[in-house]
Design a protein around this ligand. Structure first.
Ligand code: NAD
Length: 293
């Protein structure tokens, strides 16, 4: 990396300011959101950003005691900031649980306006050693879970119809995809296949649902500092290797994605339909070509 390149400090400053704003300036006031996989990482930041923008948020978590405790802490922090949230346990691969989660949003807060299908997992392995179980689990959570979450939301959006006093769209579906929806990833074939699938799931649903005023988009993060990829940033050596891939010179913070999703969900993005909003510090700009040839 060139000498003048920005080096990330060992502890990157939090880039998020999610203090609640006055009610009348909040872009998601009176809207109701579900965020899957919101007990950690990017999902927590998305839930926090949506709540800070005025939405009432269902903080979905995996149905186990550890995730439940994490989700409770997320909800408590959101409430401490004066915003509205509550937890909901559901495995996104379970059809009945996902339907119950969407129904809970309507029961608790009176509507559903925003679904963020964010839950995801990785299970890396060389292809010759990748078990069928590892393939299926990743496709199940990342792709089938995204389908079930989107379908549950679309059903509610369609039966609820346009709520012109809260949004110009009759509903918003946002997938947390990845730059690996278009960048191949050796040893993570299951993950890249799942995110490539999410890209065409998103575009197909966007095309199908746009005439009914439902906007479908993705956010495609690059390298964000979360538990899913701790191996890639916890040691100095791994962090330096990762930074070589990021022209902007820092690893992303979950808030970077949270704020992007809050914007995508708002009417400021009303004409954004069927797009993957890449939030990657330039990772997908072929940085190894810089200065070459
Ligand atoms: P994370 O591990 O902190 O978050 C994933 C969340 O999904 C966890 O809270 C986990 O409990 C939840 N989850 C897993 N299986 C679930 C299931 N069956 N039902 C409900 N919830 C389930 O990691 P993260 O980085 O915050 O990942 C969030 C999303 O962002 C994922 O879709 C991931 O693929 C995507 N992403 C992350 C990065 C990154 O660099 N961190 C980059 C691109 C995309």
């Amino acid at each position: 990396m060139a000498d003048h390149a920005y080096r990330e400090p060992s502890r990157s400053p939090s880039s998020g300011d999610v203090r609640p704003k006055p009610e009348n300036s909040r872009s998601l006031s009176r809207q109701v959101a579900v965020v899957t996989g919101a007990s950690s990482g990017i999902g927590t930041a998305i839930a926090t950003a949506l709540a800070a923008a005025g939405a009432s948020v269902i903080v979905n978590h995996r149905p186990n005691p550890r995730s439940a405790a994490e989700a409770d802490a997320v909800v408590e922090a959101i409430r401490r900031a004066g915003d509205t949230a509550s937890p909901f346990p559901a495995d996104v691969t379970d059809e009945a649980q996902v339907e119950a989660m969407a129904e809970a949003a309507v029961e608790r807060y009176g509507a559903l306006d925003i679904m963020v299908a964010n839950a995801g997992i990785e299970q890396a392995a060389p292809i010759e050693e990748m078990s069928l179980a590892a393939w299926r689990q990743v496709i199940d959570v990342n792709l089938t879970g995204a389908f079930l979450s989107a379908r549950a939301a679309a059903r509610r959006f369609l039966s609820q119809g346009l709520r012109p006093d809260v949004s110009r769209a009759a509903g918003k579906i946002i997938f947390t995809s990845s730059v690996h929806e278009f960048i191949p990833w050796a040893f993570q074939a299951n993950y890249a296949a799942s995110k490539g699938g999410v890209m065409l799931l998103m575009k197909s649903l966007a095309q199908e649902l746009a005439p009914r005023r439902i906007r479908v988009n993705s956010v495609a993060p690059g390298a964000i500092r979360t538990p899913i990829n701790a191996d890639a940033w916890q040691s100095d050596e791994a962090r330096d290797a990762l930074l070589e891939l990021i022209p902007y010179g820092r690893i992303g913070a979950p808030d970077d994605v949270g704020r992007a999703v809050a914007w995508l969900a708002s009417d400021d993005a009303d004409y954004i339909v069927g797009t993957s909003l890449v939030a990657d510090g330039g990772m997908s700009l072929y940085p190894s070509f810089r200065g070459a040839g």
